[in-house]
Design a binder for this molecule. Sequence first.
Ligand code: ZN
Length: 59
Amino acid sequence: MSDMTRNVKAARECSVCVTLMGLVEKAAREYDRSAETDARVRLRRHALAAHGQELPLPW
Ligand SMILES: [Zn+2]
C-alpha cells in the first residue's frame, strides 16, 4: 500500500476529515469560493494537528 493510499484511507475513517471534506465539496458545488477556501483551511489545519501531516487531497 502506498503512503498516499494509506493517508486517504485514514482521512475517510476520521469523522472530522469526512465532515470538512463534505463542507469543501458542498461549497465547491455551490460556487461559494470563500466557504470553500475556509473549509480547506480548516481541513488542512485539522490534518496537521490531528494526523501530523497534510492530506493528499484529490483536487
Ligand atoms: Zn482527520
